[in-house]
Design a protein. Structure first.
Length: 81
């Protein structure tokens, strides 16, 4: 089991979404993944959550910190055989 994190700050463009998608494919089942989204990127939260769900991630929890930054904790779901 590995631990991964992603810190998203600044504006997210189309090429950034492609890079995020590529990063999601590195993470394997049972790996821990935490994403921090800067308070200035609130418009991207729904898109990031959608990308996680589309890539078979289970979102364990989401929360805002005292500074307005958004955190997502997720794991990749097991593939059913």
């Amino acid at each position: 089991m590995s631990d991964y994190s992603m810190d998203i700050s600044g504006r997210i463009g189309l090429s950034d979404y492609s890079n995020i998608f590529d990063y999601l494919n590195i993470i394997e089942k049972d790996d821990n993944f935490i994403i921090k989204i800067d308070k200035n990127n609130r418009g991207d939260i729904d898109m990031i959550n959608s990308m996680l769900q589309d890539n078979k991630f289970i979102i364990n929890y989401t929360q805002y910190d005292d500074f307005g930054n958004y955190y997502i904790s997720a794991n990749k779901a097991s593939l059913k055989k």
